[in-house]
Design a protein around this ligand. Structure first.
Ligand code: G1P
Length: 241
């Protein structure tokens, strides 16, 4: 039987250097996009896909994320204020949110590994909170549908113009159904001209529990970082980059 996916891991311990200077004092995941913090969109997306437990991976200086997603104990009499909190409160009645710490910025694979205990022996959805997008059905729901059918790890992909694809993890694969590929290899940030396709990993992954022991064996590459891509089971030999 395929275990249903109920937990989502949201890595959010990054330093936010691309958004300096505001990220000196504010977690980039809390920057507002229209009327709510960027990370609220992905929590809503996860909840709509049936996720009931969200695990944020944060650094010690980003506790504000946990505070934002804590159920609001403050009950104000003012009706306008209650209305403003209503959407978030309703979301938090459907999902529980907890935080685990990543004490050093050691890469996306290491961030996911920090959630090992909180996830336990079950599959999880990983959502990168800076990848916001609209899809119908939403990306997380699409991935969970494929997982429920196959029981195999699933990644969200997007066709990216060749001149930008070196910024992503890129797959090699064979199309096996409309908009679905069987992945035979993954290359993290291939040097320009060496990419195996124009299909890039965008920030949604469904990972079986075997990911954790594999990630714990992946060697750190450039800058001491452990890449999630190097732990994904299609790639048995992590390159030493
Ligand atoms: C990460 C992943 C990469 C993926 C990208 C999507 O890279 O390592 O495989 O394509 O997210 O946004 P980052 O953007 O964190 O360098």
């Amino acid at each position: 039987m395929i275990t249903p996916v109920k937990k989502a891991v949201i890595p959010a311990a990054g330093l936010g250097t691309r958004l300096l200077p505001v990220t000196k004092v504010l977690a980039k995941e809390l920057l507002p996009v229209v009327d709510r913090p960027a990370s609220q969109y992905v929590v809503e997306e996860a909840s709509a896909a049936g996720i009931t437990h969200i695990i944020f991976v944060v650094s010690r200086s980003k506790d504000d994320i946990g505070r934002y997603f804590a159920p609001d104990a403050r009950r104000l009499a003012d009706r306008d204020t209650e209305n403003r909190l209503a959407g978030l409160d309703a979301l938090l009645s459907r999902v529980s949110v907890s935080c685990v710490y990543q004490d050093e910025p050691r890469g996306l694979g290491h961030a996911v590994l920090c959630a090992r205990e909180a996830v336990g022996d079950e599959p999880c959805l990983v959502i990168l909170p800076d990848d916001l997008g609209q899809a119908d059905p939403p990306l997380s729901a699409q991935l969970l549908q494929v997982y429920a059918r196959t029981g195999k790890g699933v990644l969200a992909l997007e066709q990216i113009p060749r001149q930008h694809i070196h910024r992503y993890g890129v797959i090699a694969g064979r199309q096996e159904a409309p908009r679905t590929y069987a992945i035979s290899d993954l290359i993290e940030k291939p040097p320009p001209g060496t990419e195996p396709s124009d299909l890039a990993i965008i920030g949604r992954y469904v990972l079986p529990p075997e990911i954790f022991p594999i990630l714990s064996r992946v060697q750190a590459g450039a800058g001491g970082e452990i890449q999630l891509t190097h732990g994904l089971p299609v790639r048995q030999q992590p390159p030493g980059t």
